[in-house]
Ligand binder design. Structure first.
Ligand code: GUN
Ligand code: ZN
Length: 469
């Protein structure tokens, strides 16, 4: 028995890079997405052409979503679980003040197991509400909070890559989040052994994966980084991930980037994650870069840093909503794309005050169009959809499993019902559309992505299963 979802389909097919996304954009107004019993896509195309329509009498369960849209599930490549309640927190400054004033105290509250349970439930519910079917999740310092997160995620049936936030040094507000160097390594190793692929026992079919997550270079030391590099060498082959922040805030003199370079005496911020964390950027241990490593922000990278990320397969989680919120600047889109790095989208909740990935792409469109001079670019709607979906799957090294509707992939998708959000319905119905079909298609997708709000996300599916709170 197959299951068929009928609706208007948008996805970016195949394995394009972002600059090829427009050519790979697929729009099927009278579409059908057909799944087998395991939730694998066996057909994506016009409804009249689906196998059951051509073979009368064959068993088929049909979900007709009417005028609804079917798009791949959103991938959030950078989101902070312990900051679920910290969206819109006023810190009276940029990154470092906001961390001290708002974030470290908020994250310390997860020391209470009851609170940790509650925030894990609410975080998971928020993810479902906004259709984030897969996420790279920056975790809590507290193992019981991480257990609650993994438990809730497994119960819901969402995908998660994540790990406990590692901090071994910091100011007074961070004290409750700190561990010794040895504890940092031991707790991370323990999390990997207990949660990596814990749902299926096999990384190639798991929904749950663990990442090694040093908060950022200012929260750890050369000793921590050396220990984590050694640990990563041991577990890399098991499909473990790495996630951290890079080159986010460059306020001159006392911003994050200057402080990293000054305190480690290194040439570049990236060197600290690349095993070159000793003074003069001398090698002090194994590095953390690779195809399962995702760097959040990467706003202010040098050419050498971009080249190094590209050659190691390291990806970027692009978080423009957060960058606006904290005054961090704008990641140069054209230059970063030209470097050949996979750029996925991240909310960076709670510095990002939007949970919905399409809102991140909305701000991306605005900030990149506003880049000075030759940097200014109007992102194509297909590039926006790509960055929100397939690029995220690629950054999580699971492009072979989800991210679009290619036959053989696991069916992660959203059902969007415009009638549930009147402003969206009206722009889709009444907006001006070009006479030529391709421009009209692009305009429709742009309106859908820009106008989408949470109430219009009617149903969320992971691997063919409806996800509910
Ligand atoms: N750098 C270190 N920690 C954080 C955090 O929690 N949020 C952001 N945006 N940047 C960070
Ligand atoms: Zn972040």
């Amino acid at each position: 028995m197959t299951t068929t979802h009928l609706g208007q389909i948008f996805h970016v097919a195949g394995r394009p890079v972002v600059t090829e996304a427009a050519d790979a954009l697929t729009w099927i107004p009278d579409g059908a997405l057909v799944l087998d019993g395991a939730g694998t896509i066996v057909y994506c195309g016009p409804r009249d052409g689906r196998p059951a329509a051509r073979t009368p009498g064959s068993a088929e369960r049909i979900h007709d979503h009417g005028d609804g849209f079917l798009i791949p599930g959103f991938v959030d490549a950078h989101i902070h679980f312990p900051q679920t309640y910290s969206v819109d927190a006023y810190g009276g400054g940029q990154l470092l003040e906001w961390l001290e004033t708002c974030i470290f105290p908020a994250e310390a509250r997860l020391a209470d197991p009851g609170f940790a349970q509650q925030i894990a439930r609410d975080f998971t519910a928020r993810r479902i509400a906004v259709g984030t079917t897969a996420a790279m999740v920056f975790g809590s310092a507290f193992p019981h909070a991480q257990d609650a997160l993994f438990d809730e995620t497994r119960r819901a049936g969402l995908r998660l890559v994540g790990g406990r936030g590692i901090q071994t040094v910091g100011g007074p507000a961070s004290a409750p989040l700190l561990t010794t160097e040895q504890q940092a390594i031991d707790l991370t190793a323990d999390e990997i052994s207990r949660w990596h692929a814990a749902d299926s026992g096999d990384v190639s079919s798991a929904l749950l994966h663990v990442a090694i997550v040093p908060r950022f270079s200012l929260s750890v030391t050369t000793e921590t980084l050396a220990g984590l590099g050694e640990l990563y060498d041991d577990v890399r082959d098991r499909g473990v991930y790495v996630h951290t922040h890079l080159n986010e805030n460059n306020r001159l003199g006392d911003g994050e980037i200057d402080l990293v370079k000054r305190s480690y005496e290194v040439d570049s911020y990236l060197d600290t994650y690349d095993g070159r964390f000793l003074p003069g950027s001398r090698t002090g241990g194994a590095g953390l870069l690779g195809r399962r490593t995702v760097m959040a922000h990467a706003v202010h990278c040098t050419d050498d840093e971009l080249t190094r990320m590209a050659e190691t397969g390291t990806s970027i989680a692009h978080c423009p909503v957060s960058q606006l919120f904290l005054g961090s600047g704008t990641m140069p889109w054209k230059r970063t794309v030209a470097a050949g790095i996979t750029i996925a989208a991240g909310t960076d909740v709670g510095a990002g005050d939007e949970w919905l990935i399409s809102r991140v792409l909305s701000d991306a469109f605005k900030v990149h169009l506003s880049e000075p001079g030759a940097g200014s670019v109007a992102m194509h709607p297909a590039e926006m959809l790509f960055t929100a979906t397939l690029a995220g799957a690629r950054a999580l090294d699971m492009e072979n499993r989800f991210g679009n509707f290619d036959v053989g992939k696991e069916a992660d998708f959203l059902v969007i019902r415009p009638e549930r959000w009147t402003p969206l319905e009206s722009i889709l119905r009444q907006g001006i559309r070009a006479d030529d079909e391709v421009t009209a298609r692009d305009q429709t997708l742009f309106a859908l992505l820009m106008g989408l709000r949470e109430p219009a996300i009617a149903e969320v599916y992971v691997r063919g299963h409806r996800v509910r709170t």
